[in-house]
Write a protein that binds this ligand. Structure first.
Ligand SMILES: Nc1nc2c(ncn2[C@@H]2O[C@H](COP(=O)(O)OP(=O)(O)OP(=O)(O)O)[C@@H](O)[C@H]2O)c(=O)[nH]1
Ligand SMILES: [Mg+2]
Length: 436
């Protein structure tokens, strides 16, 4: 990085064959269902046995016999506790394998009543953390825990000096992980880049310029698509995960806390509640080490204790399947999905409030409104259904990357004949755009 400017290249990593992936997903679900059936049979048999033994115990007067049976009972209870834990894990895995934000979100579906969230089909999760903290390994661990057939995330990026790849990984048909690199190498100036990634302004496959003198990277960003500005929620990262290494000395000396300060403040204002993942659990010797790492990490990242987790990632050297690792990975994913859904709710509620304020104030300005907000406003005003023509129109505009009203207005004459709308709707749209 000798010059004043370096290029960062962003790529999508998805080398899996979609039909093999669908098969893999089905297999993972079937295997999980089979395990659950077996487990429940076993629990039922154990319950019957426990009942028989309890009856037997009542018959024995002899102290020694009773003690033996009591010991058996304690062992059985411990075993039952373990089986229940496993059952809860298999149930969680099943729920996550079937995860679909539109059909069965992790928070109550009613939480989204009155909000238009039909544009969010995928959940995007951004991983942020220093080089070598285990971000890519964590994606690989999640892929394995979910039974993904192909673990693309074990591969290392191909970046040469001065080039950093932004990789979007497939971990589930409705969940993507955005894997960033080397975030804390040049700290402060990465704030804009980080926010651009979160807001979807930098996307996989795009190239951005980062100035090494620390000046505002976003200000120097050349617009590469038709639109720069407010992007729809479907393009944003919906949750953020800080990945830190348990025994990283920079956790202790406060360096990360300082580095993350501004980013954290932005996230909080934007409605994100970051989850912290502490990797290298396998390198911590005892409880004292663990407590210390936990306190340092949540202090540095600002995540609450309920949102701070440990994991010992699967790695090349430690690839053997482990229920404890799978369990930790899926618990983390569950927590991140909750965080993502709350973020979506907050953002949609804010959009709705803004829209309603603008209606009261006599309409929004042309400059800032997204097509999503614009159409939502018209639907509200004209009682148009969210389905049918409106749904097709939104998909069409999304595909064409027409994300703001400004662009829609500019391109209107070229695209209007191809839009799936009635003449009446087109007239309303034209009039509304003219009035801005
Ligand atoms: N023992 C142990 N090693 C880990 C763990 N997580 C990751 N590693 C190892 O740490 C090294 C770095 O892991 P990566 O997943 O490539 O780290 P990263 O955060 O993606 O790094 P960059 O992409 O360079 O930012 C690799 O050699 C991994 O095998 C863990 O939980 N325990
Ligand atoms: Mg990596």
């Amino acid at each position: 990085m000798g010059g004043s400017e370096s290029k960062i290249n962003y790529e999508t990593v998805d080398r899996t064959d979609p039909s093999a992936r669908a098969q893999g997903e089905r297999r993972a679900r079937e295997e999980n269902e089979e395990r659950m059936r077996e487990l429940r049979d076993k629990m039922e048999k154990d319950r019957e046995l426990a009942l028989r033994e309890a009856k037997e115990r009542a018959l024995y007067e002899d102290e020694a016999q009773r003690m033996r049976l009591d010991k058996q009972r304690r062992e059985r209870e411990e075993n039952e506790r373990r089986l229940k834990e496993e059952e809860a894990f298999l149930q969680l895995k099943q729920d996550l394998l079937l995860y679909d934000f539109q059909i069965c979100p992790r928070i109550r579906k009613e939480s989204f009543t009155g909000l238009q969230v039909d544009d969010v089909d995928l959940i995007r999760i951004a991983l942020i953390g220093p080089t070598g903290s285990g971000k890519t390994s964590f994606v690989g661990t999640l892929q394995r825990a979910l039974g993904e057939a192909e673990q693309s995330a074990f591969e290392q990026g191909t970046g040469s000096e001065g080039t950093i790849l932004l990789e979007e990984y497939y971990v589930h048909k409705k969940i993507r992980m955005i894997d960033t690199r080397g975030f804390f190498e040049s700290d402060e100036r990465l704030l804009d880049e980080c926010l651009n990634i979160m807001s979807g302004r930098i996307r996989p496959g795009e190239e951005v310029k980062r100035n090494c003198d620390g000046t505002d990277a976003a200000a120097n960003q050349e617009p590469t698509g038709p639109v720069r500005g407010v992007l729809p929620l479907s393009r944003c990262a919906h949750a953020v995960v800080f990945v830190v290494k348990a025994n990283d000395p920079r956790l202790k000396d406060g360096k990360y806390k300082e580095t993350l300060k501004k980013i954290r403040e932005h996230f909080r204002k934007d409605g994100y509640a970051p989850v912290t993942v502490i990797t290298y659990l396998d390198k911590l010797k005892d409880k004292e080490d663990k407590d210390e790492a936990f306190d340092q990490a949540s202090w540095a990242t600002g995540s609450s204790s309920e949102k701070t987790y440990f994991i010992a990632n699967y790695t090349h050297a430690k690839a053997e399947q482990s229920d404890a690792v799978d369990r930790a990975a899926l618990d983390i994913l569950d927590s991140v999905l909750l965080s993502a859904e709350r973020f979506i709710r907050i953002r949609k509620q804010r959009e709705k409030n803004k829209m309603e304020r603008e209606i009261v104030a006599g309409g929004p300005s042309l400059s800032g409104e997204t097509t999503e907000q614009f159409l939502a406003r018209l639907q509200h005003k004209h009682h148009w259904s969210d389905q049918g023509k409106m749904k097709t129109l939104k998909e069409h505009l999304k595909k064409e990357e027409i994300n703001t009203v400004k662009v829609l207005k500019e391109m209107w004459e070229d695209i209007k004949s191809s839009l799936p709308l009635s003449i009446g709707m087109k007239i309303v749209l034209e009039e509304e755009m003219q009035s801005l």
